[in-house]
Design a protein around this ligand. Structure first.
Ligand SMILES: Nc1nc2c(ncn2[C@@H]2O[C@H](COP(=O)(O)OP(=O)(O)OP(=O)(O)O)[C@@H](O)[C@H]2O)c(=O)[nH]1
Ligand SMILES: [Mg+2]
Length: 586
C-alpha cells in the first residue's frame, strides 16, 4: 500500500472520529484532530500528489516582528500591508510568480481557505493596495472575506511562493489558528522574530512543533541593534540547538531606517529563497524532508486522537453501564420487596382470608395433609372463589411497586450521570423528563404483570396436571392454586417455611400448606423460584425502553474498533514515509 492509500484511509478514519462527550482531554484531542485533518488536506495530500509543485515558504512569527515588511522588501512590491497597529496582518497574502498562481488559486494546497487572486499594487512604494481581483475560485471577492490573497509578481522566480501569515501571539486567537494552519501547509517555515522578542515563550511552542515535524526551518532575526548581530545569532543558535532545532539558515538584520517602507538589507534572504527555487535537488530535499517529517509526526498525533476516542468510549461505557445497573437495582428492589411480603397486606390479605378462611383452614391442614386435600377441594368447589380479587389486588400492588422502583432508577441515573465524566453533557437539555419513567412504562408494566399472571396460571395447570389425583381433586380450584402460588411468590419465604406463619397473619403458611399438598415441597420450591425469575425477566424487558432512553443520549459514539484502527494506519503512514515519502506516494 502506498503512502497515499494509507493517508486516504487515515483521512477517512479521522472523519469517523467524534467526541460527543465533554471530557478533560476532549478539547486537546479535537484540536489535534482538526489540525491533523487540516494538514493532510491542506498540505500532505496535495504535496504528495505534486512533489514538483512550487515551494511554499511561510513567514510566521510574533506580531510586529516585521513579517509583512520583510515580504514586501523581498519581492520589491507592496503586496501586503505592514502597519503600526497590532496585529496588522489578518488575511494571509501569498506571493508567487504568475505561472504558479494556478497551483495556489485552483490547487488543493490550503484547500479549505478561499483564495483571491489579486494584482500587486501599481506603485510598490505607495503602500496602498489595489484590490483588483484578477480571478477568484470562490465567487465574489469581498475585502472582508477570510481567505488567502494570491498575488502574482515578476520578481519571484517560478517554483517559489512566499506567504505572509498573521501573527502567532497577539490577542487575536483567530490569527493564531490561521497561522498554525498556514504553518501546517508550509514546505519551509521562515520564523521571523526580533532582537527584543526572540526569547518570548509563544514562538517556542511553534518551534517545538517544527522540531517534532522536522519541518525545514529558516530563521530571521529582525531589528537587531547594529553591532549585536553576532551575539544574538550565537545565542539564538544555541537556544535552537538545545531544543533540537537546526535551521537551514539563520539571518540577522540590523535595525535601520526603512527605504520606502522596505528593509534594504534582505539580499541574502532573497538569494537563499530564490536559490532554493532554482536548485532542484536542494529544493526537492527540502520538500521531502518536511513531508517526511510531517508524515512521521502522524503516529504521535494520531495517538493523542485515539487516546481521546478511547477515553470517550470508556466514559460512555461507564455511563451506559451505570444506567443499566440502576435498572438492575430497581429489579433487585422489586424482588426484595416481594420477598419481604410487603405486598401481602390490606386487601390482598382480606381477599385471601376469604378464600382459605385462615384459622379453620390452618387447623384442618395441620391435622393431615391427605384430609387437607379433601378439605381444600371442598373449600374450592363449595363456593365461587374470590381469587380474581386477590389476583387483581396483587397486580395493582405490584404495579405500584414496580413503577416506584423504575422512577427511583431514572432519578438515580440522572443524579449519577450529572457527577460522572461526560454525564452532565450527555444529559444536556434532553434530560428534561428523564428523571421520571416514560409515559409508556405504566401500560407496559400492566401488560407485563398480566402476562406474568397468565404464565403463573399456565405453570400451575401444567404442574398440577401431571399430578393426576391432585389435579382431579382440585380441578375446580386451579385458579385458587395459582393465586396461592402468587401469594407464595410474594411472601417472604416463598411459601416454603411453615415457621413464617406470622407473616401476613399466616397467609404465607396457608399458601404453603396448600401448595405443598398439591405439588410437594421440592416442586413448590422450584415453582416459586421459576415464577420469581419469570417475573424478573419480564420486568427486565419492560424496563429496557427506559434504559434505552439513556442509551440514546450516548448515540454518536465512534465505534470501539476505531482507536486501534487509527493507530494501525498511522503506523503504516509513518513506516512508508520512513523510506521515501515521494517515491511511495507516486
Ligand atoms: N525601522 C524599521 N521598522 C521596521 C522594520 N521591520 C518592521 N518595521 C516596522 O514595524 C512595524 C511592524 O511591521 P510589520 O511588517 O507590520 O510586522 P508584522 O510581523 O507583519 O506584524 P503582524 O502583521 O501584526 O503580525 C511596521 O510599522 C514596520 O514599518 C525594520 O527593520 N526597521
Ligand atoms: Mg504582518
Amino acid at each position: 500500500m502506498s503512502s497515499r492509500a494509507s493517508l486516504t484511509e487515515l483521512r477517512s478514519l479521522l472523519d469517523e472520529v467524534a467526541f460527543p462527550l465533554d471530557l478533560a482531554g476532549t478539547v486537546d484531542g479535537s484540536t489535534v484532530r482538526r489540525e491533523l485533518i487540516g494538514q493532510l488536506d491542506d498540505y500532505v495530500l496535495p504535496r504528495l500528489a505534486r512533489l514538483d509543485a512550487p515551494l511554499l515558504a511561510v513567514f510566521g512569527g510574533s506580531t510586529g516582528a516585521g513579517k509583512s515588511t520583510l515580504v514586501n522588501s523581498l519581492v520589491g512590491h507592496t503586496v501586503t500591508a505592514p502597519g503600526v497597529l497590532r496585529p496588522t496582518t489578518r488575511r494571509p497574502v501569498l506571493v508567487c510568480h504568475a505561472d504558479d498562481t494556478a497551483w495556489f488559486v485552483d490547487g488543493e494546497i490550503l484547500g479549505d481557505l478561499p483564495r483571491y487572486h489579486r494584482a500587486p499594487s501599481a506603485d510598490p512604494a505607495s503602500g496602498s493596495r489595489s484590490d483588483q481581483a484578477s480571478g477568484s475560485t470562490s465567487g465574489q471577492r469581498s475585502p472582508d472575506a477570510s481567505g488567502v490573497e494570491v498575488v502574482a509578481v515578476a520578481t519571484l522566480p517560478r517554483g517559489l511562493a512566499v506567504l505572509d501569515a498573521p501573527d502567532i501571539d497577539s490577542v487575536e486567537t483567530a490569527n493564531h489558528e490561521l497561522a498554525a494552519q498556514l504553518l501546517g501547509a508550509a514546505d519551509l517555515w521562515v520564523f521571523v522574530t526580533t532582537a527584543a522578542r526572540y526569547a518570548d515563550a509563544v514562538p517556542w511552542e511553534y518551534l517545538a512543533r517544527a522540531e517534532q515535524r522536522s519541518v525545514a526551518l529558516g530563521v530571521i532575526v529582525n531589528r537587531i541593534p547594529p553591532g549585536s548581530e553576532d551575539d544574538i545569532a550565537a545565542h539564538l543558535t544555541d537556544m535552537l540547538g538545545r531544543r533540537g532545532l537546526r535551521p537551514e539558515r539563520l539571518f540577522t538584520i540590523a535595525e535601520g531606517p526603512l527605504a520606502e517602507g522596505r528593509i534594504p538589507a534582505v539580499d541574502d534572504v532573497r538569494a537563499w529563497l530564490t536559490g532554493l527555487a532554482l536548485d532542484r535537488p536542494e529544493r526537492d530535499r527540502l520538500v521531502r524532508q518536511t513531508l517526511a517529517g510531517v508524515l512521521q509526526s502522524v503516529p504521535a498525533r494520531v495517538d493523542r486522537v485515539a487516546d481521546e476516542v478511547q477515553a470517550q468510549a470508556s466514559a460512555s461505557g461507564a455511563l451506559a453501564s451505570f444506567a443499566r445497573a440502576r435498572y438492575e437495582g430497581a429489579l433487585d428492589a422489586v424482588e426484595g420487596e416481594l420477598r419481604s411480603g410487603e405486598l401481602l397486606r390490606g386487601e390482598v390479605l382480606d381477599h385471601w382470608r376469604e378464600i382459605v378462611g385462615t384459622g379453620e383452614m390452618m387447623s384442618r391442614l395441620q391435622r393431615g395433609i391427605g384430609r387437607a386435600r379433601d378439605r381444600l377441594a371442598a373449600t374450592f368447589s363449595g363456593r365461587p372463589l374470590p381469587e380474581v380479587a386477590v389476583a387483581g389486588q396483587l397486580e395493582a400492588n405490584l404495579e405500584v411497586l414496580v413503577a416506584r422502583a423504575a422512577d427511583r432508577a431514572s432519578l438515580e441515573v440522572v443524579e449519577g450521570w450529572s457527577t460522572m465524566a461526560g454525564g452532565a453533557q450527555a444529559l444536556g437539555v434532553s434530560a428534561r423528563g428523564l428523571e421520571r419513567s416514560s409515559d409508556a412504562l405504566g401500560p407496559a408494566v400492566k401488560t407485563t404483570v398480566n402476562e406474568w399472571q397468565d404464565a403463573v396460571m399456565r405453570l400451575v395447570r401444567e404442574q398440577a396436571g401431571s399430578k393426576v389425583t391432585v389435579a382431579r381433586t382440585l380441578s375446580v380450584g386451579l385458579n385458587g392454586v395459582g393465586v396461592a402460588l402468587m401469594v407464595a411468590v410474594f411472601s417472604a419465604t416463598g411459601g416454603i417455611t411453615g415457621g413464617e406463619a406470622a407473616v401476613a397473619g399466616g397467609t404465607a403458611a396457608v399458601s404453603q400448606t396448600l401448595l405443598t399438598a398439591v405439588f410437594g415441597e421440592q416442586a413448590l420450591r422450584d415453582l416459586v423460584k421459576q415464577s420469581r425469575d419469570d417475573l424478573r425477566r419480564r420486568l427486565y424487558v419492560a424496563f429496557t425502553p427506559e434504559v434505552e432512553r439513556f442509551d440514546a443520549l450516548l448515540a454518536g459514539m465512534p465505534s470501539a474498533g476505531l482507536a486501534p484502527e487509527l493507530r494501525r494506519v498511522a503506523g503504516l503512514v509513518a513506516d512508508e514515509a520512513g523510506s521515501d515519502p515521494g517515491e511511495s506516494g507516486r
